[in-house]
Design a protein around this ligand. Sequence first.
Ligand SMILES: C[S@@+](CC[C@H](N)C(=O)[O-])C[C@H]1O[C@@H](n2cnc3c(N)ncnc32)[C@H](O)[C@@H]1O
Length: 251
Amino acid sequence: MFKQLTLCFTLAAITAFSCLLITAPVQGQEQIQQIAPRKIPPARRSYMGREIAQTMHYTGAPWLIRENRENEERCSIMLGNLGVKTGMTICDMGCGNGFYSLQLGNMVGPDGTILAVDVQPQMLHLLRARMEKEAIENVTPILGSFHNPHLPKNSIDLILMVDVYHELSHPEVMLKYMRDSLKEDGQIVLLEYREEDPKVPIKPLHKMSKKQILKEYQSNGFKLTKEFDKLPWQHMMFFGKDPEWEEKASK
Ligand SMILES: C[S@@+](CC[C@H](N)C(=O)[O-])C[C@H]1O[C@@H](n2cnc3c(N)ncnc32)[C@H](O)[C@@H]1O
């Protein structure tokens, strides 16, 4: 009887403990995320007048590393204007198969870290295979959920989001978590295909206008700090935390 009771208590304790764990980093694997059960906000179909696009499926991953991406999007010019310094902690949010994560890994050097977040485990497997092939060790794949990127708080210098934001099913919740994860002077750098330009050969749902981006970011505690307008297809907009929004929110 006593043995049975002890076993019951042990199982209950393990279950309770595993439900409470927030993040358990495991060497050589995606970080295993176990979060306390809580209410998951419903996925949105639209946000502030914009229809939300569907998540790009992992079977489309080869398109992300196509040979002519540099020619079409001038990715190296974008990276050169990102303000990356060695030793930085950068999040590649919606990293896909890591087209940018690996390049950022090289740019920040051995003292820097790239947190590569995606919601599709298949994308992270493709990323890991590319990391192994190129012997990149400072990229940490993180399996996020649609409403929570599972990032550490107050610790990130820069969050890069390339062609991702328009597909977030929980934009305002994700922006809140990203805001919390940034250091005080941390920035989100947003790249979205230009809706204003009919010559950009991308489906309308996967494009965004500057006006819409500003509306959504300013409503969620960010202010525009810089823009780079010389990419052929995309807006590149830098956002920092807006302290006035914090003051208003605390009143
Ligand atoms: C069009 S791909 C862009 C990939 C990469 N940024 C690039 O430019 O090569 C969009 C990626 O965002 C991911 N994604 C969508 N919603 C997400 C979310 N809530 N959190 C993290 N990743 C998300 C998708 O799984 C997909 O891999």
